[in-house]
Design a protein around this ligand. Structure first.
Ligand code: B1M
Length: 210
């Protein structure tokens, strides 16, 4: 196995204790940081996505893979020249007002980051005003709203209506998701799309920005 394949396999296996050693070894052997990222770390996450989609990998395993990738990325950050890391787009994520569930949202964020997006996570229980502030300050390409409760899913509509009222709705694409959400609901509330799971969310962002 090549040094990049070793790192990719380590990410796939979620062996977060091993990744630092492998990345350091690759650097010592003269590998370029961007090659370690693209062929090793992101290469590994690219193996994860289809397995998650087909149900051959589960949420805890995907989270371990993402953690492994992030540890490797942290290590390499200081060796990367500004401008080397090209982002596919900026995505602001948050769980809507009244809702504290964040496991799914965080998973979506991790998969987006590992697919090359810059993710700014606002957290949970996010008021419409805070999404507005984030649009004004961060100028994202996409806003991603998550809701896990049937009682809070309507706060997605409230947020979209608020953004419309404030005249910024058309400045961003809006992706929504969470267990009670459906494509039908996304159409009803005027979102641009619905991600059934983290892999679908990545595909949706790719298509929204293409
Ligand atoms: Co809550 N909870 N919970 N809970 N909880 C549910 C959602 C519930 C279905 C359980 C049940 O009763 N069977 C139920 C909702 C019922 C309903 O509304 N119809 C429920 C309830 C009632 C509650 C409380 C009201 C309980 C109470 O206090 N009486 C309370 C509400 C608190 C609040 O939010 N205000 C509450 C609290 C909690 C905990 C704090 C204990 C904890 C949350 C911890 C946390 O998130 N940090 C919790 C948990 C863990 C759950 C369950 C068990 C698991 C949710 C989860 O993380 N799933 C859940 C039951 C269940 O779903 N089996 C339940 C794993 C996660 C990976 O999946 O979040 O669906 P999911 O995310 C997926 C997709 O939906 C999608 O991609 C993800 C990855 O594949 N996705 C997106 C999600 N967000 C997306 C955004 C996107 C795109 C895709 O774009 C932006």
């Amino acid at each position: 196995m090549s040094k990049f394949e070793n790192i990719a396999q380590c990410v796939l296996d979620g062996e977060f204790k091993k990744v630092k050693g492998l990345v350091n070894k690759a650097m010592d052997d003269g590998a370029k940081p961007m090659d370690i990222i693209n062929e090793g770390l992101i290469g590994g996450m690219n193996l994860v996505t289809p397995l998650f989609k087909t149900g051959e990998m589960f949420v805890p395993e995907v989270m371990k893979s993402a953690k492994t990738m992030n540890i490797g990325m942290e290590l390499l950050k200081e060796h990367i020249k500004e401008g080397d890391l090209v982002t596919k787009g900026v995505i602001v994520t948050g769980t809507v007002k009244g809702d504290l569930h964040d496991i799914g949202k965080n998973l979506v964020g991790m998969m987006l980051e590992s697919s090359g997006y810059t993710v700014i996570d606002l957290g949970t229980d996010i008021e419409p005003e805070d999404f507005l502030k984030a649009i004004e300050e961060q100028k994202p390409d996409i806003i991603g709203m998550s809701a896990l409760l049937t009682t809070t899913m309507m706060n997605i509509k409230e947020t979209i209506d608020f953004l419309q009222e404030k005249g910024v709705r058309d400045k961003v694409k809006i992706m929504i998701g969470g267990a009670p959400i459906s494509q039908e609901f996304a159409d009803q509330v005027g979102a641009d799309g619905y991600g059934e799971d983290a892999a679908a969310a990545v595909e949706l962002c790719d298509s929204l920005l293409s």
